[in-house]
Design a protein around this ligand. Structure first.
Ligand code: PLP
Length: 404
């Protein structure tokens, strides 16, 4: 695998950013886009545009076929049993809201418990908080340990007879911890509890197999997978999509509409109300082809190698403190530097073209636990190299000098 050649597929790297080569270490936030994805959006709008699932003219039928083709590509990519288990949403946030709202409406009542973890992104907390407000549902949090992990045991400890759903991250966007989803799902299912996985950080980096993981719901963020913004995916087992009520009402999701009442469309239309993100869905097929061309196992392997190197570099750097040390970990390195606010770190690094993120990374529960208002975070994509971490290291040393 030649990373230089892969990197050349991303036009963002062919320019200087403030007179520097770009060192992009912010892929957990959003990944850069390869030319094929950008071209696909341009071509679709310039030569092939039509809305999908409505008209029967040539362009409309062709666009509908392409849109549905992406659904099949996603199904294969995550090894879902059925293409109708793939629902397009505007992002992972909407995918989780869809489940919280419809599952909450149908199955949750006052006193029922939803089990999350202390690692969760706000997108996997706030939607459940609404149910706490509206229905008196209780939210429990499985503890994160010193290493920044959530173990099977810590989940088990918090399950009670009132636990009605478990909603957990696959890979933490702060500590990088990879949770044992298959084991957690087995445990949950032995107690008849469904499992939702926030797969935002899992899907771009780990080989996914829905039939093997056996979780009930899996939320995906396409803009973190070298795909367009404004697009997410909800994988849900067919039985749930059949049982749960629709999330939004409008055109496209109905069966028959009469003054007396309404029936809903077949799956997955029932969950795709209104004009969908046509161009984004069609272009996302190119992202999947891009991922498949390299091979997700090769991506994981490359990112792991860079992660280990980056970790070693940061550990050697005096006064850099890494957040967590999980045994099973993906490409995220959050850190602090004594006496320097993470926003200042990010600002000085930016002067050298090093793009990282600083803040609470939408994980305030975890940062409260760590006793930190913010951390700096370097996160990986397929285009990162060891040299990126050498440059980061140099830029950190410059930052330390400035603040001495
Ligand atoms: C772990 C995690 N969950 C959820 C989200 C939200 O995803 P989206 O931007 O697709 O709504 C993010 C994005 O930052 C994330 O990292």
């Amino acid at each position: 695998m030649n990373i230089d050649n892969i990197k050349k597929e991303f036009p963002i790297f062919n320019q200087k950013i403030q007179n520097n080569d770009l060192v992009y270490l912010d892929s957990a936030n959003s990944s850069q886009k390869p030319q094929v994805v950008i071209d696909r959006i341009y071509d679709f709008y310039s030569k092939e545009f039509s809305n999908v699932g409505r008209s029967i003219h040539y362009l409309a039928v062709a666009a509908t076929n392409m849109y549905e083709n992406t659904r099949v590509s996603v199904q294969k990519f995550i090894n879902a049993r059925d293409k109708n288990e793939i629902v397009f949403t505007k992002g992972a946030t909407e995918a989780i809201n869809l489940v919280a709202s419809t599952f909450g409406q149908k199955y949750l009542k006052s006193g029922d418990e939803v089990l999350l973890t202390e690692l969760e992104h706000h997108s996997n907390y706030v939607p459940w908080h609404y149910l706490r407000k509206s229905k008196g549902v209780k939210i429990e949090f499985a503890d994160v340990n010193e290493e920044g992990e959530v173990t099977l045991e810590s989940i088990e400890k918090k399950i009670t007879p009132k636990t009605k759903i478990i909603a957990i991250t696959h890979l933490s966007n702060v500590t990088g911890a990879i949770l044992p989803i298959k084991e957690i799902t087995q445990l949950a299912h032995s107690k008849n509890i469904p499992v939702l996985v926030d797969g935002c950080q899992g899907a771009p980096h780990l080989k996914l197999d829905m039939q093997d993981l056996d979780c009930d719901f899996y939320a995906i963020s396409c803009h973190k997978m070298y795909g367009p913004t404004g697009l997410g995916i909800l994988y849900a087992k067919k039985k749930w999509l059949e049982e749960l009520p629709p999330y939004q009402g409008g055109g496209g999701m109905i069966g028959e509409v009469k003054k007396e009442g309404i029936t809903y469309g077949d799956l997955p239309n029932k969950y795709e109300a209104g004009t969908m993100q046509t161009a984004q869905v069609i272009a996302f097929d190119e992202s999947i082809k891009f991922l498949n061309k390299i091979g997700i196992e090769n991506i994981s392997k490359h990112e792991n190698e860079i992660l280990m190197y980056g970790e070693e570099i940061l550990r050697k750097n005096n006064s850099v403190k890494l957040i967590g040390n999980p045994k099973n970990k993906g490409g995220v390195l959050s850190f602090t530097i004594d006496g320097i606010h993470p926003h200042d770190i990010a600002t000085i690094l930016d002067e050298d073209g090093v793009a990282i993120r600083a803040g609470h990374h939408c994980c305030q529960i975890l940062h409260d636990k760590l006793g930190l208002p913010a951390t700096a975070r370097a996160s990986l994509g397929i285009y990162n190299t060891k040299e990126d971490f050498d440059i980061l290291d140099k830029a950190i040393n410059k930052t330390k000098k400035i603040f001495k």
